[in-house]
Every structure is written in structure tokens, then in C-alpha cells.
Design a protein around this ligand. Structure first.
Ligand code: SF4
Length: 333
């Protein structure tokens, strides 16, 4: 896979420097085909390589329990930047920068940016190095660009699936956002977090497109879920079991609020939240998801019952209005 930088040399040096004996390799879905090649590189250092075949969608899910189970003394986590404050097993993050050219896709975005002068730029960890060239190109085209820089995210302009505080920090100053990267996932996150027009420059498909219409449709679905959840008497409060998704205190607060409204709350601990696993609780009429908010956000129609983010639940319970939640964002704290 020539499209990404796996930093093989740095990895070997770090493994040797640390003198570790067992290394657990963790890759997100799209990068898993590289696992066997990386295992060979690890074993050249004399360490034993173990490949995690479990799903991994974010750096919230560093496989510390699995590593402890296997007596691994190092985890190498690919494809994300550090997200959790502390890992109980030492962890090296390989951000896996994309080696793909983004210029053509950005050029294709230009007609869609017509009429907007101030552009908020955003990207995922894979394309951060493309931001400087993008800024230069857009400046030559008469546009002003801005990068948001909220303090707790690693890099200016970076977005994470559940944290758009960088783009939100400049929402009052820009007319539109341009997201550089593949697919619709992050662009939707930006549009739903800021209520601003959002354009994608996708270097993988070499095309540019707007996600604003999709975001509007999704918002309507979310409103319908909130309305449905208002009538629920038995509500499941989901606690995520992945390292960076466990928000026990939030779940307890939600439970308390549900009970304050005279309803019944059940705490449900899940590692992988899927539509199927929630079918096992037929008496529960709605869920509040304190784990990965993107499970609630991206495909509400996939679930048989409403599965609200905590912010949406605050609307359903009458604690805040829909409008003020939209200002805060559907899912951000
Ligand atoms: S909680 Fe969800 S969106 Fe956030 S990093 Fe984890 S998988 Fe990604």
C-alpha cells in the first residue's frame, strides 16, 4: 500500500530502543492488509509480533486489554493520533500520513466555493501536510483561509470523528468549510457541528462535492428520533467499553435525569454497538448513547429504536431546546 507512510524505520528504531519483547499491532479496517508486512518488520527487531484482527475505528479504542491479555509490552496503533490521556500499556502511534496528491481535488472544489470568500480548512490526520499547499492555492484564487485551533486537539485544522472543536472555533469567522480527505464522514461531522455549508475535496475519488443536503436530511431524521424518544418510558443508557469511550459518570447523570422524569433507565455496557445487539432488549423503547456519538449520528435509520446522543437526549427530555442544541452541536460536549 504505497498510499500511506507507515514509518517503518522509526518503528524499528523505537522497538529496539524500548527493548520490548511482544508487540501488538493494531490497524483500522482499511489498513489491515498491511498487517502481515508490518509483523515481519517488527520481527526483524527480535520482538514477537501479534496482529489484532478486531475492528478498530478510532484512537479511542487502543487495545490495552487485549495487550495485557497477551502479555504484550507494546502496542503499535496505526491510522490515528493520540486521543486517550493514558494507556496502561505503552503505545506508539503511527499517524499514517497519506502520500496521495490532493491538488486536483482541491482545484475541483473551487467552483463549489464560488461566492464564498472566507474558507475554514479542515482535514483528518492523514492529510495534515496538505494544508499548506491548499492555503497557497486558495490564496492565489482570491480566497482567505483559516485553520481552527482548539487547544486539546493535536494539530490546527485537524478533525476527529467525535471532536470538531477546531472547526467550531472559527465558525463565526468563515462562510464555508472545505474538508480535504476521503468520503463524507468528517464533512458531515463538520456540517452538523457548525450548520455551515461544507464542501469535500476527495483526493481518492478525485472529486469535490457538497454535503449540505445530506446533512439537512440527516438532521430531519434526528429530529424524528428525538420526537419518538420523548414517549419512551423504558430507556437504555449505553456505556461504551472501549478505552476512550467509557463515560460512566455521564451515563449515571443521564440515568438520574431519566428517573427524575418518572421513567425507567437501564445501564447497558457494550463494546461494539450494533443494531443487532440492541434487538436483544425488546422492552427498551429508546437508547441514550454515551459511547461513540458517531454510532448515533451517521445512520439513525439502521437502528430499530432511537439511539440518541447525550445532547439529543437533553432535547428529548425538555432540558434544552433543539435550537440551542444545534448551536452546541448534536454530539459534542
Ligand atoms: S469515539 Fe467514535 S468518533 Fe471518536 S475517536 Fe472513537 S470511533 Fe472515532
Amino acid at each position: 500500500m504505497k498510499h500511506f507512510d507507515f514509518e517503518e524505520e522509526r518503528l524499528q528504531q523505537e522497538i529496539q530502543k524500548l527493548g520490548v519483547k511482544r508487540v501488538l499491532i493494531q490497524l483500522p479496517q482499511g489498513l489491515k492488509p498491511e498487517a502481515t508486512r508490518i509483523a515481519k518488520i517488527v520481527e526483524k527487531t527480535g520482538a514477537l509480533a501479534l496482529i489484532s484482527a478486531d475492528s478498530c475505528y478510532g484512537a479511542c479504542d487502543v487495545a490495552v486489554n487485549e495487550a495485557a491479555n497477551l502479555d504484550a509490552d507494546l502496542i503499535i496503533h496505526f491510522g490515528h493520533s493520540k486521543f486517550v490521556k493514558h494507556e496502561s500499556v505503552q503505545t506508539i502511534y503511527v499517524e499514517t500520513r497519506a502520500l496521495i496528491n490532493t491538488a486536483e481535488a482541491i482545484e475541483k472544489a473551487l467552483p463549489l466555493l464560488y461566492g464564498y470568500s472566507k474558507i475554514g480548512l479542515a482535514t483528518s490526520i492523514q492529510h495534515l501536510h496538505a494544508l499548506d499547499d491548499a492555503r497557497e492555492f486558495l490564496a492565489r484564487s482570491g480566497k482567505t483561509t483559516m485553520l481552527g485551533e482548539a487547544k486539546h486537539i493535536g494539530y490546527a485544522g485537524q478533525v476527529i470523528g467525535c471532536d470538531y472543536s477546531n472547526v467550531r472555533s472559527i465558525a463565526d469567522e468563515v462562510d464555508v468549510y472545505l474538508f480535504i480527505g476521503g468520503g463524507i464522514f468528517h464533512a458531515l461531522g463538520i456540517a452538523l457541528s457548525t450548520s455551515k455549508p461544507t464542501i469535500v475535496a476527495d483526493p481518492y475519488d478525485n472529486r469535490a462535492f457538497s454535503v449540505s443536503e445530506t446533512a439537512q436530511k440527516l438532521l430531519k431524521q434526528h429530529w424524528a428520533c428525538i420526537e419518538q424518544a420523548r414517549n419512551a418510558k423504558n430507556i437504555g443508557v449505553i456505556i461504551g467499553l472501549k478505552l476512550g469511550q467509557k463515560r460512566f459518570e455521564d451515563a449515571l447523570r443521564v440515568k438520574e435525569l431519566i428517573e427524575k422524569h418518572g421513567k425507567t433507565a437501564y445501564l447497558i455496557a457494550i463494546r461494539e454497538i450494533t443494531p443487532d445487539c440492541l434487538l436483544d432488549f425488546p422492552t427498551i423503547e429508546a437508547y441514550v448513547n454515551t459511547a461513540c456519538p458517531r454510532i448515533s449520528l451517521d445512520a439513525p435509520g439502521k437502528f430499530a429504536k432511537p439511539i440518541l446522543t447525550v445532547n439529543e437526549f437533553m432535547v428529548a427530555s425538555g432540558e434544552v431546546s433543539w435550537q440551542s442544541m444545534l448551536k452546541k452541536g448534536l454530539f459534542e460536549n
